[in-house]
Design a binder for this molecule. Structure first.
Ligand SMILES: Cc1cc2nc3c(=O)[nH]c(=O)nc-3n(C[C@H](O)[C@H](O)[C@H](O)COP(=O)(O)OP(=O)(O)OC[C@H]3O[C@@H](n4cnc5c(N)ncnc54)[C@H](O)[C@@H]3O)c2cc1C
Length: 570
């Protein structure tokens, strides 16, 4: 097969907020940069962010309070040095993106408007109505474009070029034509977003299949804290499509089938604005105990009917439209049905505070960077606060770009050859020609259903062991798949088959991490170990996969700091 080789200083995979923020920096600094993305940049999941982006801008707010809320929200698993960077640079990040053209909603005095979000002691989510992500993404896309970044959109990255603890490029193919290429570069950055699609009920875009995580893991590099998957309290009943936390921020009340405002029982002070893990468990507990609503009694209500019509029409217009379109329920006049939905990936590719990918808790890989949801830096620990993730993607994306520029002179570019694409070509050809009888869609559906049941909001050793077996069986069946489309052009069936392979691999990390962690912390809740165990588990998980797909786990220390580890109540 003919392989083209492209040469760049910097190659960035992913065109969401993290990837484009980095690309803008490297391009503005005169570094020849390519962005590779399987979607058009503006279709990246960042564009779906509704509720807001945090920064301590309020009169009685402070950076320290933002830090404290973040560390507490993380159930003390976040690294406090990274949290400090996140929160201290948040106000400047807002000004930076605003100066570049992002239009934020305003308060009566003309200042950037802020609204309350769960787990935060002050209102601090800046927003653009309920289209915050799209506003930010459009701005950063325009700016990266203006600097002259080269975007390869609808290109699928299938592998990294990795040798002797150094990354020298990626192997990718053009989804439109099937053309294969190697992108050779001194610095490679992954910004490929989250992995929520492993779950049946989820709020994520179809593209959130965690490709980068499995690509990295297959080279024997570690993944960190994969067991921490955030379940958002308010996915639309049945589909899991997101109803932003802004709905609770603006005053939405949660009600069970008896009409009780049940959060009074679970978080008497913060009520609906407790952190996401707490509210999600409360909702699922009400459903479990038979107080659910809807035809299958598998949802609860969020009631916004007491809010002024104006508030909904001006601050939550998209949410109202979503509920009308998907449930036929108009939040102006009736409560709408919601339940917990897989939403965000706290775990990911381990990176140090300057976004260098790590090969062990103490060593880095040369020329390799990651930022945004695919990475684990870790600012969210065991549970992320609403509106901290768009902030992380933008801020650490930019920070990664700055660090790449700093490092670049000291990085050498290893020359690559066509042979470096062998793994990609083997995988591509195997999937195309394999003549089994299993269907990709069927295996994917079984994976998603079983992950939601066995490794969801509530977990036990039994449910997780069951899921280990399910994954083993599904991985075997995956070897026996067959796709009908044998063409090279827009072969989405082939792409979905590659993605399914990725989903199966990283799901193993979620399950193994969850099974080994005999405690409950943040989003990881073990019914058989309902308490947090700081003695044994105030640690990050580092997991490595061997060639046979077995996973070995180690633990690494959390970076503690000025905030002492305490019991967490809301
Ligand atoms: C519905 C929804 C609402 C949200 N609302 C908020 C909010 O209000 N506030 C908040 O802070 N957070 C929110 N989040 C979370 C937040 O939006 C994301 O965590 C963040 O935007 C992720 O940005 P990113 O740049 O890391 O990745 P993404 O924006 O997901 O971009 C990933 C990029 O990687 C590319 N890619 C992936 N795999 C490959 C591959 N194999 N080859 C080539 N390209 C690839 C994709 O094409 C895409 O361009 C929300 C998330 C969802 C799902």
């Amino acid at each position: 097969m003919d392989i083209k080789i492209y040469h760049y200083d910097v190659v960035i995979v992913g065109a969401g907020l993290a990837g484009l923020a980095a690309a803008r920096e490297t391009t503005a600094a005169g570094k020849k940069t390519a962005v590779i993305t399987k979607l058009h940049p503006l279709r990246s999941h960042s564009g779906a962010a509704q509720g807001g982006i945090n920064a301590a801008l309020g009169k009685d707010d402070s950076i320290e309070l933002h830090e404290f809320d973040t560390v507490k929200g993380s159930d003390y698993l976040a690294d406090q040095d990274c949290v400090e960077l996140l929160c201290s640079k948040a106000p400047e990040t807002i000004r930076w993106i605003e100066k570049m053209g992002a239009v934020f909603s305003r308060d009566d005095k003309g200042n950037i408007a802020i609204r309350p979000f769960g787990g935060q002691s002050k209102p601090r989510a800046c927003y653009a109505k309920d289209r915050t992500g799209l506003t930010l993404l459009q701005t950063i896309y325009e700016q990266a474009f203006r600097e002259g970044v080269k975007v390869y959109d609808e290109w699928y990255t299938a592998d990294i070029i990795y040798e002797d603890n150094k990354v020298s490029g990626v192997a990718a193919f053009d989804i439109r034509s099937g053309e294969m290429a190697i992108f050779n570069a001194k610095a490679v950055m992954f910004a490929t977003g989250g992995y929520g699609r492993a779950y049946k009920i989820n709020s994520n875009a179809h593209a959130n299949t965690g490709d980068a995580l499995s690509i990295v893991a297959r080279h024997g590099l570690p993944l960190e804290d994969m067991e921490f998957v955030q379940f958002h309290p308010s996915g639309l009943g049945g589909s899991g499509i997101l109803i932003s936390e802004a709905a609770r921020g603006e005053g939405g009340k949660l009600l069970n089938s008896k009409g009780e405002r049940f959060m009074e029982k679970y978080a008497p002070n913060a009520l609906e604005l407790a952190s996401r893990d707490v509210v999600s468990r409360a909702i699922m507990q009400e459903i479990k105990e038979g107080r659910g609503v809807g035809p299958d009694k598998d949802a609860v209500y969020i009631d916004l009917t007491h809010l002024p019509k104006e508030t909904i029409l001006t601050k939550l217009p998209e949410l109202r439209d979503l509920a009308i379109a998907f449930l036929g329920q108009d939040m102006l006049h009736e409560p709408i049905m919601i339940a917990a939905t897989a939403h965000y990936s706290m775990g990911g590719i381990p990176v140090d505070i300057n976004c260098h990918v790590k090969s062990t808790p103490t060593q880095i890989v040369e020329g390799f960077y990651a930022a945004g949801e695919c990475s684990c830096v870790s600012v969210h620990g065991a549970n992320r606060l609403g509106a901290n993730s768009v902030l992380e993607a933008l801020l650490f994306g930019r920070h990664a770009g700055e660090n790449i520029v700093k490092d670049l002179d000291n990085l050498v570019c290893r020359e690559v050859s066509e042979d470096d694409a062998t793994r990609m070509i083997t995988e591509y050809n195997w999937i195309k020609t394999n003549n089994g009888e299993e269907s990709v869609a069927v295996i994917r559906a079984e994976l998603q259903e079983s992950m939601t049941t066995n490794a969801g909001v509530f977990r036990t050793a039994d449910s997780l062991k069951k899921q280990q077996k399910v994954l083993e069986k599904l991985s075997k069946r995956y070897q026996n798949i067959r796709i009908a489309d044998k063409s090279k052009i827009f072969n989405t069936e082939l792409q979905e088959a590659i993605e399914l392979g990725h989903m199966l691999d990283y799901s193993k990390f979620i399950v193994e991490g969850a099974l080994a962690r005999n405690e409950s912390r943040g989003a990881h809740f073990r019914e058989d170990y309902p308490k947090r165990d700081d003695k044994k588990f105030l640690k990050h998980t580092y997991a490595y996969m061997d060639k046979d797909g077995n996973i070995r786990q180690e633990y690494a220390d959390v970076v503690l700091g000025k905030f002492e580890v305490q019991e967490r109540t809301y």
